[in-house]
Design a protein around this ligand. Structure first.
Ligand code: FES
Ligand SMILES: [Fe+2]
Length: 338
């Protein structure tokens, strides 16, 4: 069962062009493209005539022409032409999905009713190129949505799964704090590490070496948006009483978790930093590094899904590191129930 009345990331902004693109989201086939003004459009990727994917058709003057027999639809999904006759069967249309483009991401509303753009997660860091540089990517995981939630809410796995890049021993050794805000529907997981080894991911980009203070503060807004506020600073220079800490290096790592089918999920990621802003080499380094980290997660979750599928009797054991993941599961269950 999917939670439909929520915004989900549907695509990277860079993926959409006048060439229609198909993507399965919440079990539905969606075709997305840009019209001649650059506005993003999403329609059901199924021609009502005989069911051919509209994504295999062509965009002609902002109208999507089915690649099988030429039924033609405008950007609202209304059928505007059929071959061989003047009369268009009444109310012939395909479903139109609201989209909103924000920074490097395009969000979709798969629910019923008119969505409120005010309920979109705030991502100002992805939209402020003066102060933040952003790299991003997207990947499919052949594993269920809950596997990705578990993965992102418990970063102790960094020490073992990502030991070459972001995972130092202290990540797994440092206890976490978990807070749940029922009203705002957010799960916070805090991990603060003092005087720890600087991982390669940061030493190569910030110039800090040796020991640093490092923190990872997660805000998970179920179901589809996750924000990791990550930072490092020279040892012993905590934020000032007013909260300012310009001696620190900040990275915000975002994930859009978008169910694809019951047992696969889209993992959209974006990484925004407030240092080396505009430096293309750092962009390239971080982009490759983060894509590598994400791929390690993808490989692990793909294996896990296959194993779970072949051992359905398997039970779990949870320990303290799992409190964030368990809080997220509880909140998701409450939302599903509601
Ligand atoms: S299936 Fe699309 S026009 Fe026939
Ligand atoms: Fe990971």
């Amino acid at each position: 069962m999917f939670l439909r009345q929520h915004w989900y990331v549907a695509a990277l902004s860079s993926e959409l062009s006048e060439q229609p693109m198909s993507r399965t989201i919440l079990g539905e086939h969606v075709v997305m493209f840009r019209d001649s003004h650059g506005t993003v459009v999403a329609l059901a990727d199924r021609c009502p005539h005989r069911g051919y994917p509209l994504s295999l058709g062509r965009l002609v003057e902002d109208r999507l022409v089915c690649g099988y027999h030429g039924f033609t639809f405008d950007c609202s999904g209304a059928c505007v032409a059929v071959p061989g006759q003047e009369r268009i069967p009444s109310k012939l249309s395909v479903r139109h999905y609201p989209l909103v483009e924000r920074g490097c991401w395009v969000w979709i509303w798969m629910g019923h009713g008119e969505p409120d753009a005010g309920t979109l997660p705030a991502t100002p860091w992805l939209e402020d190129a003066t102060n933040w540089s952003v790299v991003c990517g997207a990947v499919k995981i052949d594993g269920g949505f809950s596997l990705l939630v578990d993965n992102l809410l418990d970063l102790s796995h960094e020490t073992f799964l990502h030991h070459g890049s972001i995972g130092t021993p202290e990540v797994a050794e440092t206890p976490i704090e978990v807070e749940t805000d029922q009203e705002r529907r957010v799960v916070h997981v805090y991990r603060h590490m003092n005087a720890v080894q600087c991982p390669p991911f940061y030493s190569r980009t910030t110039g800090l070496t040796g020991q640093v203070d490092r923190w990872q503060d997660i805000d998970y807004y179920p179901p589809g948006f996750y924000q990791l506020n990550s930072g490092i600073a020279p040892v012993g220079q905590p934020p000032r009483p007013d909260g300012s800490d310009e001696h620190a290096f900040h990275m915000k790592i975002f994930y859009g978790l978008t169910p694809r089918t019951e047992d696969s999920v889209w993992d959209f990621w974006a990484l925004a930093r407030d240092f080396c802003v505009g430096d293309g080499e750092v962009d390239l380094f971080l982009s490759k590094m983060q894509a590598g980290v994400v791929q390690e997660d993808v490989d692990a979750l793909n294996v896990l899904q296959r194993r779970l599928g072949s051992s359905p009797e398997m039970t779990e054991v949870s320990i303290k590191i799992d409190r964030g993941g368990l809080a997220a599961r509880r909140m998701l269950a409450e939302m599903a129930h509601a």
